[in-house]
Design a protein around this ligand. Structure first.
Ligand code: FCB
Length: 487
């Protein structure tokens, strides 16, 4: 398995590629969308203004930008271990240097102020706070995030603090990791430490980043740390991450933290490539979306997400059900203040639960770019689930080249069309409050190492020089006008 094919939808794409090539040639207009409808949409000729108070943000994560993986008492994480294993990460890359943000954080915050964002979403490296995942707190770790948060507040930028963005302390992995229930309790303890340390700041807290990617790619496909290939481990990692989320929300409510809290889910509209594949699309929707949305927002698991049928997580359903103890779903569905949605693209459904490509991909082969899918996704969540404020916490695309470049017209177009769809969703009544782009900086893109660049600021990883790309200037304009203009 090569690194470039190691992510999210590899399995479905690989299985389906040849048999569905002809069907996949259907134009998007010929596709019957599922579960909502995406009629061809023409942008208005005037700029689309956003509501006053709409939040524009940018996002990063600790392991991807910080570097300095062995300083100030930081313990090893599963990603340090994974990077050290030959063949796991493109070019043998590791979390060092990252974007050297642990050292350069202050000038990075200045760049954010120049951009004009109202919120910055970063993640806390758990192994900096508790080097072995439990027990004593490493004060130097807390101090780093305190400086960061204070620096943001000084610049008028609201902190968005993600507690878990995949860098589990290795010691917890050695004790069983997320497939083990105990990790959920360790996570809640660590979350409470952070609420005590930074809870005085008006911030948005994100419990877990993309539990799906961490569970599926890390525990089932083997393309991310911890590199397991067990659907049963993946299903258990889903439940225990969601339990960890719920426990953290409960600890948040019991703390004196003044901010808001929710979970960040990556979701995708699923379009059958023909109406005859509607059932197929429903299964994939169960696996990709409802397996996460239903427990968090409805307090129950769907019955068609885990099990034997193709398209589901192929884990033992009875074993999965046995993990869900009395009270777990009440905890998981403890009311959040918002739902954070991460949108990268859509997916197609073919014969018998096969994921197939229907939209053009970016240089990340798993990403099928479809701006209207954002509208479909947001309106679907608003229609199918109890009312809850929505925030988009990741949205972006990589450069077509691994070289340092600032010419990213493709990204300008991506943002323009996705901002338009977000605004369109607000018009349709969706309570959308914020849009964060991924990413503030070029960074370590997991199994792709430093070869896939997602930043609006280019980083030369040899010199650590930062250069804003065209998309930075474009975004600055959008933020300044609080509006997105037609092309
Ligand atoms: C998301 C991750 C983020 C980054 C982008 C490209 O799934 O949350 O860390 O890798 O994809």
């Amino acid at each position: 398995m090569t690194a470039s094919l190691s992510r999210r939808h590899l399995i479905g794409l690989g299985l389906a590629a040849t048999t569905t090539a002809a069907l996949a040639a259907c134009t998007p207009a010929g596709v019957t969308p599922m579960p909502t409808t995406s009629a061809a949409w023409i942008p208005p000729t005037d700029p689309m203004r956003f509501p006053t108070g709409y939040t524009w943000g940018a996002a990063t994560s600790a392991f991807q930008i910080e570097g300095s993986t062995t300083v100030d008492g930081r313990g090893p994480s599963v990603w340090d271990t994974f990077c050290a294993e030959p063949g796991r990460v493109r070019g043998g890359a590791t979390g060092d240097p990252g974007a050297d943000h642990y050292v350069r954080w202050e000038s990075d915050l200045d760049l954010m102020a120049e951009l004009g964002i109202g919120a910055y979403r970063f993640s806390v490296a758990w192994p900096r706070i508790q080097p072995t995942g439990s027990g004593a707190v490493n004060q130097k770790g807390i101090d780093f995030y305190r400086r960061l948060v204070d620096g943001l507040v000084d610049r008028g930028i609201r902190p968005g603090i993600t507690l878990f963005h995949w860098d589990l302390p290795q010691a917890l992995q050695d004790a069983g990791g997320w497939p083990s229930r105990d990790t959920a309790y360790r996570f809640a303890d660590y979350a409470a430490i952070m609420f005590d340390a930074l809870g005085d700041v008006a911030a948005d807290w994100f419990t877990i980043n993309e539990p799906k990617t961490h569970a599926f790619v890390g525990h089932w496909y083997g393309g991310h740390a911890p590199g397991l290939t067990s659907p049963d481990a993946a299903a258990a990692a889903v439940h225990h991450q969601l339990l960890g989320h719920g426990l953290a929300v409960e600890r948040f409510r019991a703390s004196s933290a003044v901010g808001r809290i929710g979970i960040a889910l990556n979701l995708a509209p699923i379009y059958p490539i023909s109406e005859v594949f509607a059932d197929s699309a429903k299964r994939i929707d169960g696996r990709e979306n409802r397996l996460f949305l239903d427990p968090v927002l409805l307090g129950r698991y769907p019955t068609d997400a885990v099990g034997n049928l193709r398209g589901l997580v192929p884990a033992n359903r009875a074993a999965f059900d046995a993990l869900v103890l009395d009270g777990d779903l009440a905890t998981i569905s403890s009311p959040s203040d918002f739902l954070a949605v991460q949108y990268y693209g859509a997916e197609g459904a073919g014969f018998d639960g096969a994921s197939v490509p229907v939209f053009p991909t970016s240089s990340a082969p798993w990403q099928q770019v479809h701006p209207e899918g954002l509208f479909d996704l947001l309106t679907r969540i608003a229609a199918d689930y109890p009312a809850i404020p929505l925030v988009i916490t990741e949205n972006g695309m990589p450069d077509p080249t691994s070289a340092v470049t600032v010419d990213d017209d493709h990204r300008v177009e991506f943002f323009r069309t996705h901002f338009q769809q977000a605004r369109r969703a607000i018009d349709a009544g969706v309570p959308l409050e914020a849009h964060y782009v991924w990413s503030m900086l070029d960074n370590f893109e997991w199994a792709e190492g430093y070869e896939q660049r997602w930043g609006i600021v280019a980083v030369d990883f040899d010199t650590q020089e930062r250069t804003p790309k065209k998309s930075f200037a474009f975004y600055q304009g959008v933020i300044g006008d609080n509006a997105v203009a037609p092309a």
